[in-house]
Ligand binder design. Structure first.
Ligand code: C2G
Length: 132
């Protein structure tokens, strides 16, 4: 059973997120998503539209996702690799190189290409433009 993990905020869930999750799952048999909590998002300077609980419920409804855990800090990744017996760590390539240190924990580190043109920020901008 090959176990994969990825991290993120996943607010206003869109097809870019789904493309990432689908490809991440393809790298193994079991996909863990570490979902940024509302408090951690404040640290990331991200203002979420949906609360952690709502974002978690959306992710749990995705066929590729097997487990959602809270991401509460930048520092938890190393221990997560051992606690969840992870074989492969996956992130979009906007993070390329940033998490290579996890190789020292014995995991494969994979950066997958981001889906172009779509982002939560862009969605918010577009919706704002349509405001009457
Ligand atoms: N993503 C993607 N294509 C997009 C948008 C996002 O592949 N068009 C990917 C990102 O690269 C990331 C994942 O979807 O791997 C989640 O994106 P965000 O919610 O924006 O995650 P982020 O805020 O980058 O959080 O500790 C790591 C952080 O929690 C990552």
């Amino acid at each position: 059973m090959k176990r994969v993990i990825t991290y993120g905020t996943f607010d206003l869930l869109h097809y870019g997120h789904i493309n990432l999750l689908r490809r991440a799952k393809k790298l193994g048999d079991y996909l863990v998503v570490a979902l940024s909590t509302d408090d951690f998002n404040l640290l990331k300077n991200k203002k979420c539209y949906f609360s952690y609980e709502k974002r978690k419920a959306l992710l749990e409804a995705i066929r590729y996702v097997d487990l959602v855990i809270p991401e509460t800090s930048w520092e938890q990744k190393k221990s997560d690799m051992h606690e969840y017996h992870i074989d492969t760590f996956v992130m979009g390539d906007d993070w390329k190189g940033k998490f290579d240190f996890l190789k020292a924990e014995g995991v494969e580190v994979v950066y997958l290409s981001r889906t172009p043109e779509i982002s939560t920020t862009q969605i918010k901008k577009d919706l704002n433009l349509q405001k009457k």
